[in-house]
Write a protein that binds this ligand. Structure first.
Ligand code: ZN
Ligand code: ZN
Ligand code: FE
Length: 744
């Protein structure tokens, strides 16, 4: 059993209730080493010991904790051992800024769920039931301190019963800011898109939730106002209904998220491990990526090209009630048109979603800020967040060193922003791609919102090196000092920061696109990183992207480019493409592993195009299926440049031999994993950080990590922060902060 270090970050009523002595006693009893500390944003524990003991520690931390404590949010990271000699209660950092502790939105707790289903309870079937341990938080707060008049519940006057609960320290609704009941709280209703003036078509005594369930059963699209905004729902078994939603939402292929009434229902569709079950049932209640069964009962167009099904369980009373009425799995996707931010206001939803939804399940509790459903998965046996929003935002990440007041504005795709306060970096919820004016407004609002809530005055702004990102433009016009961070440097630094790496490491930054120091498109980079500086020690041999942006959407263009280099002009059939390649017109250079994935997917006959970012790569990973092989293709590296021509030759040979796409894919993945290990060995590093969108690929990540560990090298992979561009802001904050501390 290996030695591990856990870092546990807890928020809630965990300070001043005897929590630290409790942790000390428990850790000592289990002979774990480490420390416990009150930080500005909650309690942080580091515990080091054998893996199975740490497992016990986590369980007992929950079951034996002080009675007065309420743990509302908990995030665990698995770190490499630090070699602690004892367990101690650390003095709180005197310099630590006292930040307000804002909590994420929490899934309905078992107590509230019991009341919801109890006909004798006054909250029987009440869709806004909550208590101190559950309910909306981040999505209702308007300003600090967190108190009812500064939440979107301010217009609801508590009735005498609710007020009694709210003011009674012995009640489990003592100071529960969103406290409400059928007498005094928000209400739910239904309206048709054609007739928003409340339910003209429906008799007034109709139960709106039942009506919504019936509509879903009949194949209609329902827009539901949830916790962090609107969702679009449709029966996940109904292929025609799913197809209609895709058409109207202009989302042709990207997988849809699913919600199931029960865990059993999920198990009928996909494999669920113990760790995945814990994640599904956690207070964050994210969408969890699961491996589908071959013969699942869902419509095939729910997640067609993806190797995964993304499932979540109901997380609000409204969802619980609706799912109970339905009894079948539904699609539950963000209420927006493709590429736009999620709708949160009732009027806004009517205007923006009126052309999509047949029916609106509305309520009158305003949503203070958009918060999509989060996406997570279990990889290497650990939780890993791919989209950080509802249930996670705005919990901070603790970093090694105190940082100056940096505002990091992230990248262009899957944007998030971050602020650094001392050793805490607060990450915003997922904002999204900044392609539309609507999205850019949401981006500016997210910045203003975060700064206002935390009373944060930035001293400098960190952004991407790309001169044309909307986020870069914003930084440049902010009037503050700007520090531009190279894209892949930010990626690997975010991974290193959340995994608490110290000293030199090898950063593997692989993704689709990032602005390189030489102005070309990078994405297959190895950096030796130390003290905030990096040296590019290896990368792919550059290749051309014929058609520029078109080559990002059409992987067959990249495959033509690689074949042109490998076999000569005869390998390119299209004359226009050949001319482009020969003259280098509109064909920028790239070292992107993401694009290499696209090319191999095209050669292997798996996918010729990308309808959404990463689609071809997903399909290529999916093609592996249950194939297990150790085979690799040749990838010759000289002076840090990996020549893919032997690889392309070997792949084409296999294609000619009619080798299955799955086997070609497995060999290709193995080739990349082996390359990582070779570079790590050559550079002699002791630790490696894997980051960038390519590492959302489980097969590659798990294989590379396993091989590195076999070679005695420590591996850091993403856990709390996305490997994709959603994690850039953290890396930017750390790098810019470090540079600024050293003086400009
Ligand atoms: Zn509750
Ligand atoms: Zn009430
Ligand atoms: Fe990236």
């Amino acid at each position: 059993m290996g030695l591990r270090r856990l870092r546990v970050h807890m928020a809630g009523a965990v300070q001043g209730v005897g929590f630290r002595p409790f942790v000390y006693r428990l850790a000592s009893e289990l002979d774990l080493k480490g420390w416990v500390l009150n930080s500005g944003s909650g309690l942080v524990i580091e515990a080091e010991g054998p893996e199975d003991t740490l497992e016990q520690f986590l369980v007992r931390l929950e079951t034996e904790r002080p009675r007065a404590s309420v743990v509302l949010a908990r995030e665990v990271s698995v770190l490499e051992p630090a070699g602690y000699a004892s367990f101690e209660i650390r003095r709180s950092d005197e310099q630590e800024e006292k930040t307000v502790s804002l909590l994420p939105d929490l899934a309905t707790c078992p107590d509230c769920l019991r009341e919801l289903n109890d006909p004798a309870d006054r909250r029987y079937r009440y869709p806004f039931t909550n208590c101190t341990a559950c309910g909306p938080r981040y999505t209702i707060i308007l300003d600090i301190p967190y108190d009812r008049p500064r939440t979107t519940m301010r217009d609801f006057q508590m009735c005498p019963d609710c007020l009694r609960e709210y003011t009674d320290p012995a009640d489990r609704r003592f100071h529960a800011q969103p406290n409400a009941c059928p007498v005094c709280g928000p209400r739910v209703w239904i309206e048709t898109a054609a007739n928003p003036s409340v339910t003209a078509a429906l008799p007034p005594d109709r139960d709106p939730i039942r009506a919504a369930a019936e509509a879903l059963r009949a194949g209609r699209i329902v827009a539901l106002k949830g916790i962090g905004g609107f969702q679009l729902l449709v029966d996940a078994r109904n292929e025609e209904a799913v197809a209609r939603l895709r058409r109207l939402k202009q989302r042709e292929e990207k997988p849809f998220a699913l919600m199931a009434p029960t865990l059993d229902c999920i198990r009928q569709c996909a494999e669920v491990s113990d760790a995945e079950e814990r994640l599904l049932r956690s207070p964050a209640a994210p969408i969890v990526l699961l491996r589908p069964h071959e013969n699942h009962p869902l419509a095939p167009n729910v997640a067609q090209s993806s190797p995964y099904l993304g499932f979540m369980l109901p997380y609000s009373p409204l969802h619980h009630l609706l799912m109970e009425e339905c009894g079948f799995p539904i699609v539950a996707t963000s209420g927006n048109l493709t590429d736009e931010p999620i709708a949160i206001g009732n009027q806004e939803a009517r205007a923006r979603l009126g052309g999509i939804a047949d029916l609106f399940l509305m309520h009158d509790r305003p949503v203070a800020r958009p918060c999509d459903d989060s996406v997570a998965r279990v990889s290497r046996g650990r939780e890993s967040v791919l989209r950080r929003a509802r249930g996670y935002a705005p919990l901070p990440v603790l970093v090694r060193r105190r940082l100056p007041a940096v505002l990091a504005v992230g990248g262009h795709l899957k944007n998030t922003v971050a602020i650094a306060v001392g050793r805490q970096v607060y990450l915003s919820q997922h904002v999204g791609d900044l392609d539309t004016a609507e999205a850019r407004r949401a981006f500016v609002r997210a910045i203003e919102d975060l700064c206002r809530l935390y009373r944060f005055q930035p001293e400098l702004v960190a952004c991407d090196l790309h001169p044309d990102y909307a986020s870069t433009h914003w930084a440049q016009s902010s009037g503050l000092p700007v520090y531009a961070v190279q894209h892949h440097h930010a990626h690997v630094a975010s991974c290193a920061a959340e995994n608490d790496l110290e000293g030199e490491y090898l950063g593997v930054g692989w993704d689709g696109t990032g602005f390189g120091l030489d102005g070309s498109v990078w994405g297959g980079e190895f950096f030796l990183v130390q003290d905030g500086k990096f040296e590019r020690v290896a990368h792919l041999r550059p290749f051309r992207l014929p058609g520029g942006e078109a080559a990002v959407k059409e992987g067959w263009r990249v495959s033509a480019s690689l074949c042109f280099e490998t076999f000569g002009p005869d390998a390119v059939e299209k004359p226009t493409l050949l001319r482009m390649l020969e003259r280098g017109v509109n064909s920028p250079w790239s070292t992107s592993v993401g694009r290499l994935f696209d090319a191999i997917a095209a050669l292997a006959g798996v996918a010729r195009t990308n309808r959404f970012e990463g689609q071809a790569a997903m399909q290529l990973e999916r093609a592996i299926g249950r194939i297990r092989t150790e085979d690799c293709y040749p990838l010759d590296e000289k002076d840090g440049v990996a020549d893919w021509r032997p690889l392309i030759r070997a792949v084409q040979y296999d294609v000619g031999k009619r080798v299955s796409a799955g086997l070609i894919s497995a060999r290709f993945h193995n080739t990349l994993a082996a390359w990582i290990v070779r570079v790590a060995r050559r550079t002699g590093v002791r630790q490696v950080a894997l980051s960038g969108g390519v590492f959302q690929n489980s097969y590659l990540t798990e294989r590379a990590a396993a091989l590195l560990e076999q070679a005695g090298i420590r591996v850091a992979t993403h856990q709390r922060v996305p490997a994709n561009d959603g994690g850039l802001a953290l890396g930017q904050a750390v790098i810019a902060g470090q540079a600024f501390s050293g003086g400009f």
